[in-house]
Design a protein around this ligand. Structure first.
Ligand code: SF4
Length: 104
């Protein structure tokens, strides 16, 4: 499957989930996640994120995000409609070391 990784924290552009054919994106406390059991690995969401947070789970950077995407997907609600990203989303998207901001 594909997973959402660190740079999405606090950012949530929300460009990704409208293209997903199986609606497997969920909105966690302060990021978007993918339900890894529902994802059919089509890859169409990957190029949609302006800060490149969506990764196939077989690459190293996916690491802990595989379990966290599934955990959050089971805790939070499916999202089907694009909301408004934060006003400072471009700045947030460029921030590094966002892990400390992760809300569970
Ligand atoms: Fe949805 Fe395809 Fe992205 Fe998986 S890879 S989350 S099925 S758009």
């Amino acid at each position: 499957s594909y997973v959402v990784t660190t740079a999405c924290i606090d950012c949530k552009y929300e460009n990704c989930f409208e293209v997903c054919p199986v609606d497997c994106f969920y909105e966690a406390a302060n990021m978007i996640v993918i339900n890894t059991e529902e994802c059919i690995d089509c890859g169409v969401c990957e190029p949609e994120c302006p800060v490149d947070v969506i990764k196939p789970d077989m690459i190293d950077v996916a690491g802990m995000w595989i379990a966290l995407n599934q955990k959050f997907a089971e805790q939070w609600l499916d999202i089907c409609q694009k909301g408004d990203p934060p006003a400072d989303v471009d700045e947030l998207g460029q921030k590094t070391d966002k892990l400390a901001l992760l809300a569970e």
